[in-house]
Ligand binder design. Structure first.
Ligand code: SF4
Ligand code: SF4
Ligand code: FES
Length: 872
């Protein structure tokens, strides 16, 4: 860390990192200083003038001058005053100016009660409106199912367009200016196209952009019961807060974790939660698909699991605890991971690289700091969206270091930095079968079949280290590209290789490992398909196919639709082998439809457990509310444990490798000054009235045996350890920007610095390179190599049941390049299915794409060669 600067604030000396600006420094020290246009992840532009402080030349200067704290560096010896009357009045007057056109509609505004503008208005003391004329009004736009628009509330801070365009790479949201009027929106009504648009809800400091899904079941922040949770819609493990009222999940907001998601989520993670309220929820035990009472369900359950041999199928979307509970019930030899063998092998390959290799597995925060990136085979925006957002920031590192820093422009001077570097981008190379949303940022892209992507990767590794095997018969242009990539990676301070299992190719992963091994000091990031894929592999259960030959009477499937893991006829045959099939799940699916007994499992916000993300980080999620009986966690249905600590103790005894999970969050007996941590804000209202139609007595809040959180507003007002923070609130800070008060320094770790525990450290021995290099891809007559394509709102299993996500999802199609598409025509036949053909200009000839996870191709193994015919 650089030497700290001494800054005098209202005559008191304080130590501030000189790399920070004064606003950032003051907030890091805990001072209340209002701001609008500055955002810790976006930097400073000095647009709103809200953060004014008085700066003095020295101790003899009594006059001073007003400066914007966000635009002033924290240099040693700086003297400022926050309390100076002129500064105080200036800030109040700025708020009054910003409020001049503001509609003052807090009582009917969705942002009311958690609005940064409200907070800053109170903080600056603006309490009387002198403006007596007409206000400026706008026509609002329809922006899609996720984000609502109410432009009259805008204070022209420009945060929205800066986030949307400059940070997230969107280009359909603009600032339109006419005379003294500025409008923030799209050219015309329409769905916001960027996959991170939902962050506008938190980035906008007032109620212009609000959560359109919350609007359908609106509740004020102070009336919600909240819990710390983990996103379950991909394998990155972004931290979220889930919020409930009246037994219904109301929304998900970002839970700051400086190592993973920072301030931002993707839209699948933010808005996919509504699957938990879907009418396809299983809320009662089902016997032969008929809803029955809990007692009857339990009676049948006991009947089926006693006196019978049992086989158990776990799931990468179930917690460690639920998988373990099933394994304990069936015995080690009769428990299977529920992963298709292809995916299982790919995940194992990734884990082996981690175990044996010396390469670093970076967090998303580290990815943002990398300065040269090679992506092999992953369409990040659609597979691991938050990682794509991290890569967008990493591409800025080299230009900032090489152009802005020599000009002594601090990183936080956002516009000055962007002016200096113009369109400059650091090296980013993307090798995939089809175009990706990151291509606009890429130095070079490469399109090829998975084997050709792998060959490029092997060639890069060889160009870096001649000890790595060399692909033969490489096209000259591919060889040149490999040399260019190798040079860029070698010249970088912090090079990064990204790969993963989503292209279904082992050789692509092997090529990524070779490149990382060749390049000393590089980082290797893998995506993971589901929220607990890595955790499940660490439990070392064999893949689903290994269960196919086993003899038993009863099959238990936990939170897994097997029709997404294997072809339907294969699953049909497997299920029909058993006398009894029991399924535990939260949503009805093809597998539960085949079960004799179905038990209702808790959705993520209704239960507790641990999940392991793509970097092997174990993180705990907690229930936001107790679901209506008989819904409960799968581990509770399956095991004898009265509380989470007990199952975790047994699990970690059985799997020493998973032992650090215990430290992923404090145990259930953790207390702060003898008190639990409230899930409800202290202004929570209607506790007695909420159930007045049922009882006039206030019911006892439910007990929570599993965590140190309480289901009430009673408890400690002190800041809990990070894994137990259910919401961000501090006196005077009702919006999500209260996170400032929870951080050890702005944009740094939360106080007490805990953000999950890594289960796997890199090995010390450098393994040998992979040496089996595939032959070049060759076109076949009448057959196409069908590869999986992914879509953020279509390919993931659960989020598709959220109405907003469903609105943006896509049904199956066949993607072909223009030449192949012309030959096939508008509709094609593939595996007996008639599909519309979509022309994708960048798909290589001879390669076809279908959407992974979308019916009717959910369970088929890809890539694979198939005949495709013109549909007549
Ligand atoms: S819409 Fe919100 S974020 Fe955008 S300029 Fe207006 S107030 Fe700022
Ligand atoms: S990137 Fe993945 S984990 Fe993060 S919010 Fe999106 S779906 Fe959830
Ligand atoms: S926050 Fe400093 S000028 Fe806007």
């Amino acid at each position: 860390m650089s030497r700290m600067a001494t800054v005098y604030i209202d005559n008191q000396p304080h130590a501030i990192d000189p790399k920070r600006n004064l606003l950032d420094g003051c907030l890091s020290l805990g001072f209340n200083l209002p701001y609008f246009c500055w955002h810790p992840a976006l930097g400073s532009v000095g647009a709103c003038r809200q953060c004014a402080v008085k700066q003095f030349k020295d101790e003899n200067d009594k006059k001073g001058r007003l400066v914007m704290a966000c635009m002033t560096p924290a240099t040693d010896g700086t003297r400022i005053s926050i309390q100076d009357p002129e500064a105080v009045e200036f800030r109040r007057a700025i708020t009054e100016g910003l409020m001049q056109n503001h509609p003052h509609d807090c009582p009917v505004c969705d942002e009311g009660g958690e609005c940064h503008l409200q907070d800053m208005t109170v903080m600056t003391g603006h309490d009387y409106r002198s403006y007596r004329f007409d206000k400026r009004t706008f026509r609002n736009q329809y922006l899609g199912p996720f984000v609502n628009h109410e432009m009259n509330r805008c204070i022209q801070c420009y945060r929205c367009v800066r986030f949307y365009r400059e940070y997230a790479g969107g280009d359909d949201l603009h600032a339109f200016g006419l005379r003294d009027t500025v409008f923030f929106g799209r050219e015309r009504d329409g769905v916001l196209e960027n996959e991170f648009a939902g962050n506008l809800v938190e980035v906008c400091p007032t109620g212009v952009f609000t959560d359109a899904t919350l609007k359908h079941h609106y509740t004020r922040k102070w009336d919600m019961q909240m819990s710390p949770s983990i996103c379950i819609h991909c394998g990155l493990g972004c931290n979220i807060d889930a919020a409930e009222r009246y037994g219904k999940l109301r929304r998900v907001v970002n839970r700051y974790n400086n190592e993973i998601n920072g301030y931002f989520l993707c839209d699948r993670g933010r808005f996919g939660y509504e699957f938990a309220n879907n009418e396809q929820r299983i809320r009662q035990p089902l016997i032969s698909q008929e809803a029955v009472s809990l007692e009857r369900g339990l009676w049948r359950w006991r009947q089926l699991i006693s006196r019978h041999r049992i086989v158990g199928i776990g799931s990468p979307r179930a917690s460690l605890e639920s998988n373990f509970a099933l394994r304990r019930l069936t015995g080690k030899d009769r428990f299977f991971s529920g992963l298709a063998s292809q995916e299982f092998q790919l995940l194992k390959l990734m884990m082996d690289a981690r175990r044996s290799g010396t390469v670093r597995w970076p967090s998303l925060a580290e990815i943002e700091r990398c300065d040269a990136v090679l992506i092999l085979g992953e369409d990040l925006t659609n597979v691991a969206p938050r990682m794509a957002l991290a890569v967008r920031q990493s591409v800025r590192q080299q230009p900032i270091e090489q152009i802005a820093e020599p000009l002594k422009i601090s990183r936080w001077m956002d516009h000055a930095v962007r002016d200096a570097v113009h369109e400059g981008k650091g090296p980013l190379f993307i090798a995939t079968s089809n175009e990706t949303k990151l291509d606009d940022f890429a130095t070079r892209t490469f399109r090829g079949a998975p084997d050709d992507i792998a060959r490029l990767g092997f060639a890069v590794a060889h160009a870096i280290d001649s000890g790595a095997p060399k692909p033969e018969r490489l096209l000259q242009e591919t060889a040149e590209l490999a040399s260019e990539i190798a040079r860029a990676l070698k010249d970088a301070k912090s090079p990064l290789i990204i790969s993963g299992p989503s292209s279904g190719s082992a050789v692509v992963i092997q090529a990524a490992v070779n490149t990382a091994l060749a390049l000393t000091g590089s980082a290797l990031a893998f995506t993971a398909p589901e929220c607990n894929s890595i955790g499940l592999v660490l439990m070392e259960a064999p893949p689903l196919e290994n269960a196919f030959g086993l003899e038993a009477e009863t099959l238990i499937i936990v939170e897994n639709d097997l029709y997404r893991r294997a072809p339907a006829p294969v699953v049909d045959q497997f299920l029909s082998k058993f006398l009894h099939v029991i399924a535990l799940d939260s949503l009805a699916n093809h597998t539960t439809a085949r079960a004799d007994l179905v038990l209702p499992a808790a959705a993520f916000a209704e239960g507790d457990g641990n999940l392991v993300n793509n970097e092997s980080r174990a993180q705990r999620f907690f229930q936001a509310f107790v679901p209506a009986e008989p819904i409960q966690e799968s581990w509770r249905w399956l095991g004898p444990w009265p509380k989470l600590d007990d199952v975790l103790d047994e699990l970690t005894k059985e799997f020493p490798r998973l032992a650090p999970c215990i430290d992923a969050a404090p145990r259930s007996d953790f207390r702060i000054v003898g008190s639990k941590i409230p899930r409800e804000p202290h202004r929570y209202s209607g506790r007695t009235a909420m159930l007045a139609d049922v009882t006039v007595h206030e019911p006892q809040p439910p007990n929570d045996p599993d965590s140190a959180l309480s289901f009430s507003m009673e408890g400690t007002p002190k800041q809990p350890p990070p894994p137990l923070i259910p919401f961000f609130w501090a006196p005077g800070w009702n919006s999500i920007q209260a996170v400032n008060k929870f951080q050890s320094e702005i944009a740094g770790p939360l106080k007490n610095d805990e953000h999950g525990v890594l289960l796997m450290e890199a090995g010390t021995a450098k393994p040998d390179f992979y040496r089996d290099i595939p032959e070049p891809f060759e076109i076949r007559n009448g057959r196409w190599l069908v590869v999986p394509l992914h879509h953020i709102f279509s390919s993931e299993e659960l989020s598709r049941y959220a109405p907003g996500v469903a609105e943006l999802s896509t049904s199956a199609y066949l993607a072909l390049n223009p030449e192949d598409g012309t030959a096939i025509g508008a509709e094609a036949l593939l595996l007996g299915n008639r599909l519309p053909v979509r022309i994708m200009p960048q798909l290589p000839k001879g390669v076809a794409g279908i959407l992974a996870g979308v019916p009717p191709f959910e369970g088929i193994e890809l890539p694979a060669w198939h005949a495709i015919a013109r549909a007549i």
